[in-house]
Structures are given as C-alpha cells and as structure tokens.
Design a protein around this ligand. Structure first.
Ligand SMILES: Nc1ncnc2c1ncn2[C@@H]1O[C@H](COP(=O)(O)OP(=O)(O)OP(=O)(O)O)[C@@H](O)[C@H]1O
Ligand SMILES: O=P(O)(O)OC[C@H]1O[C@H](OP(=O)(O)OP(=O)(O)O)[C@H](O)[C@@H]1O
Ligand SMILES: O=C(O)c1cccnc1
Ligand SMILES: [Mg+2]
Length: 479
C-alpha cells in the first residue's frame, strides 16, 4: 500500500501537536469505532477493510517530504521530530474481516497513546466505512439473486480508482463471484470475467459477423451480447447460428447477455429459443442498471436469468452512499487505571458507551443461531453455566432470560503493542466466513425490507456506569 501517513484530517495534527505541547502525548487512551445505522436499512452490516486498515498501520511512517509539508503548514520542530520517529506501538482489537455486526457495537478498539490513536482515526474510518458499505450492498444484491452468480461490473462508475479497486474487493467479500476489474483481480486474487461491449458488435458489418469473430477467438468461452439491434429478431437467432457452428467444431457455448429492454420478457423468450435450438445449458446473463429491488422483481416476474452483471448501483451503493462509522473516545489512562469517558448528546442515541469494552455474541446452543449481542466492560465475565438475563438498554423492562447458550467474543487481537497478531486470509475464505456468519442469523434479520432489529444490549455493569455518568453530568454539569 502506498504511503498514506498524510491521509488524515488536519485537526488530528493540530490536536497531536497540542497533546505534545501539553506533554500528555504519551498518555494512553481508548477509542471505539462503531456505526449507528445499518446501510440501506439492512438487518446487519458486513465489516470489510480490516486488512487494508492493517496495511495502513503497518506502513505508517512520515517521509522527509511529508515532514517538510507538515512544517509548511505551520508546525514547529518539536512536533516534526516527534513525527519523524512515529511508529504505531499501540494495541488494536477488532472483528474478523467479514463479520456481521450491528449498530452501536465496537468494531475496532484502539488502545494507544493519544498521539497515535488520534492520527489514525480518519484513515481507519475512511477504509472500513467504505468497504463495509459495499460489502453490505453486495450481500443485499446477492440475497435477491438467491444463489445465482453476481458479477461486479462497476469500475467505470465508481467514485474514482480507489473506490473501483477496494469496492470490487468488498463486493466479492459480500458475495459477488467475480469482478470485471483487472487490477482488483490481480491485487486480491479475485476471479476476473467479462463478455463484450456493444462496440464489438458495432465494429463489424453485421451482428452475425461480430458473433462469429468472437466465437473464433474464444470458442470455449463464448458468451454473446444479444441486444445491440433486436434481441428476439436478430440477437438470439444469430447467437444460435454461431452456437451451432461452435458445436460442430466440438465446443459448447457459454451463453448470452441481455443488456436492455424488458429483461423478464426477453429472458423468457430467449430461454425458449435456446432450449428449442438444443442449448438448454446456455446461460442467460442480464445487466442494465440492476440492483436488489430490480433483481427481486425480475425473479417474481419469472425471469429466466442465471447470472447478474451489476455495476453502478453496487459500486456506488447508490441508494445509500455512505456508512456513518464513527471513532469515539471511551477511556483515558490515569495512574495505571482506565477512566471511562462519555460523550453526552441531546439525542439519546448519540450518547456513547463509556469504558474499556468488549462485545460478545450469544448463540442458542441447540440451533447455533445468534440470540443477541452484549456490550460489556472488558473485565466482565459471563458465568456460562448460569442463565443469562439481558435487557433492552432504553425500555429496561423488556427482559429476556437465556439458558443453554454459547458465547463468543467478537473482538480479537489485531495489533498488540505494535506487533501484528491478525492472520490475513484469502478473499475466498473471507467470503465463506461471511456466508457462515449470515447463516447464524434467523431469517427475520435477513429480510431486505423492514428486517427485525437484532438485539444489542449492554451488560448491567456497563448500563449502570453509563447511567451514573449521565446523571453525574446532569447534576453537576461535569464529567
Ligand atoms: N421486467 C422488468 N421489471 C422491472 N425492471 C426492469 C425489467 N426489465 C428491465 N428493467 C429495468 O428497467 C430499466 C430500463 O432502463 P432504460 O429505460 O434505461 O432502458 P434500457 O432497457 O436499458 O435500454 P437502453 O440501454 O437501450 O437505453 C433498467 O433499470 C432495468 O434493470
Ligand atoms: O448497468 P450497470 O449496472 O451500471 O452495469 C454495467 C453496465 O456497463 C455497461 O454498459 P454502459 O452502462 O457503459 O452502457 P449502456 O448502459 O449504454 O449499455 C454494461 O453493458 C452494463 O450495462
Ligand atoms: O464484461 C462485461 O460484460 C462488462 C464489463 C463491465 C461493464 N459492463 C459489462
Ligand atoms: Mg448503462
């Protein structure tokens, strides 16, 4: 990964310089990254970008050129010298890449000097927010496609090169089978696939010539774009002609792509024509401004489509263009102990959860399904042989007693005192992990429209701490 040391907001530098000036820059603090709302009103969020966050931290070093630039912004030698020796030496816990997470839960927990923890806020959010957004959008589209292959075709519409590259990675994590993006294919070992554009068909004098030329070059992977002129009158009949010629040469065609028109009607007609011509295995791929709603609707209409090429709406997450992950101070170290910190807000949902925390997922033993998540203070222990009572953090009378459960801690070590502990995984393994994670959720949380809210509760101890701190503030005006 390129040098991203300057990929931060200016105020992080001014605060770092201020901590240094006040000689508190080596004080340890704890920050949590979390989000408040699932993208696209989905029932969950898939976390992606953990490996890029790791690369960013590992490569975090200021070059002399960077330092010259920072100095030109008005900082003094003391600050520049401190930055010259910068190396991340803190501890980061986070969820495994591909985890399914919910609003309010710590996704990444940084314990580091305030100098270090402050610098990395912006890049962590930039990296993890975007990839998690696209992974979640991809998962919605793949859910609508019900197991059919979804091809990521969005590079030309992505918000710049990085979004195209990392969006393709996230799309595959979320369930897409491949990308058209060759650079992303190389960087992340993602399968790259493609058909041909209308320009290929238009370049030749006739559609039939164009199909023949393509089949000659790629006899064993011949997928033909049939909608340039008239899908039913010319595209599909010409494709069948060329498929018959290929078969005589001993090759089986791959199929056709339809990129415009009424995809339900055209796919049904095309399927019938291909079947009657003896090509029941020829695939029908559709593209054209698709998203989860259109795919869902096409399925209901009985469209006969085997694969879906999805570009713009996926790579830009068009209906929900940002995931609002935030990074909030939760504790500061004083006399070797961590003092919890809280951010008060008029909006109760925005009051942060104070303290050094962890998050656990509670699974029903018999079904293996996730029941609820519990945010707890790090030193709390669940006595696993006893029933567990959880309660709603706002409507506290809403209680649930869970017996026969298993518990899993979701935050795992990523860096311990600057040393990398996280084992990177192949993209295929991450995609499989996402599928496993989703399979632990009851179907109510998987609905694309109005999914059930998954329970994310606070432990009694954390809830008490939060109330005490809020009350203390309300009574004295101070924390
Ligand atoms: N049967 C269908 N039901 C619901 N939506 C459909 C159906 N068929 C196509 N669509 C969607 O309708 C939209 C049609 O787009 P548009 O009106 O731009 O025309 P087009 O068919 O793509 O033609 P062209 O590319 O020639 O302009 C696309 O978003 C497509 O996914
Ligand atoms: O529709 P999307 O989901 O963004 O998928 C990618 C689109 O990119 C290509 O055409 P392009 O949009 O460049 O031109 P066209 O729509 O005129 O075919 C392709 O044929 C798809 O239609
Ligand atoms: O290979 C394709 O068919 C393709 C690639 C990018 C965008 N649209 C289509
Ligand atoms: Mg288009």
């Amino acid at each position: 990964m390129k040098n991203l040391a300057l990929l931060t907001d200016f105020y992080q530098l001014t605060m770092m310089n201020g901590y240094l000036n006040n000689n508190i820059h080596k004080d340890t603090v704890v920050f949590d990254m979390f989000f408040r709302k699932n993208p696209c009103d989905n029932g969950f969020t898939i976390i992606a970008g953990i490996e890029q966050m790791i690369e960013y931290i590992e490569n975090l070093k200021f070059t002399e050129e960077d330092l010259d630039y920072i100095q030109s912004l008005g900082f003094d030698d003391l600050f520049i010298n401190e930055l010259r020796n910068f190396k991340f030496s803190g501890t980061i816990y986070g969820v495994k890449e591909g985890s399914v997470m919910f609003p309010g839960e710590p996704i990444i927990r940084v314990k580091a000097t305030c100098f270090e923890a402050q610098l990395i806020e912006t890049a962590i959010l930039n990296i993890v927010n975007f990839q998690s957004l696209i992974a979640t959008k991809a998962s919605r589209i793949c859910t609508a496609a019900k197991g059919d292959s979804v091809f990521e075709f969005g590079l030309r519409r992505a918000q710049g090169p990085d979004a195209g590259i990392y969006g393709a990675r996230a799309a595959v994590i979320g369930g897409c089978s491949s990308t058209s993006n060759v650079l992303a294919g190389k960087m992340f070992d993602i399968p790259v696939v493609g058909t041909q554009a209308h320009s290929w068909i238009q370049t030749f004098d006739t559609e039939l010539e164009a199909f023949r030329a393509y089949a000659k070059t790629y006899p064993d992977k011949c997928m033909l774009l049939v909608d340039t002129y008239d899908t039913i009158q010319s595209g599909v009949p010409n494709a069948i002609t060329v498929f018959n010629e290929l078969r005589q040469l001993g090759y089986e065609p791959r199929g056709i792509r339809i990129d415009s028109g009424d995809l339900a009607y055209l796919s049904k007609r095309a399927r019938k024509m291909l079947d009657e011509a003896g090509f029941p295995n020829a695939l029908i791929v559709a593209s054209s401004d698709l998203d989860e709603d259109t795919i869902h609707s096409l399925k209901i209409q009985g469209a006969v489509i085997n694969g879906w090429g999805v570009g713009t709406n996926l790579i830009t997450s068009k209906d929900c263009p940002a995931l609002g992950g935030v990074y909030k101070l939760a504790a500061v170290e004083k006399n070797n102990g961590l003092i919890p910190k809280i951010k008060i807000s008029e909006n109760p949902e925005k009051i942060t959860n104070p303290g050094y925390k962890k998050v656990v997922r509670i699974y029903e033993k018999c079904s293996g399904k996730a029941q609820a998540d519990l945010i707890m203070l790090e030193d709390e222990i669940i006595e696993r042989n006893k029933p567990l009572t959880i309660f709603h953090p706002v409507y506290t009378w809403k209680k649930k007693v869970i017996a026969n459960y298993e518990v899993r801690e979701l935050l795992i070590p990523i860096f311990e005192e600057g040393i990398l502990k996280y084992k990177k995984q192949s993209i295929q393994d991450i995609q499989n992990y996402v599928k496993e994670e989703i399979s632990t959720l009851w179907p109510e949380y998987l609905r694309l429209k109005k999914p059930e809210f998954y329970k994310v509760d606070l432990s009694k101890k954390l809830w008490d701490l939060k109330q005490t701190m809020v009350n203390q503030y309300k009574e004295s005006g101070e924390i």
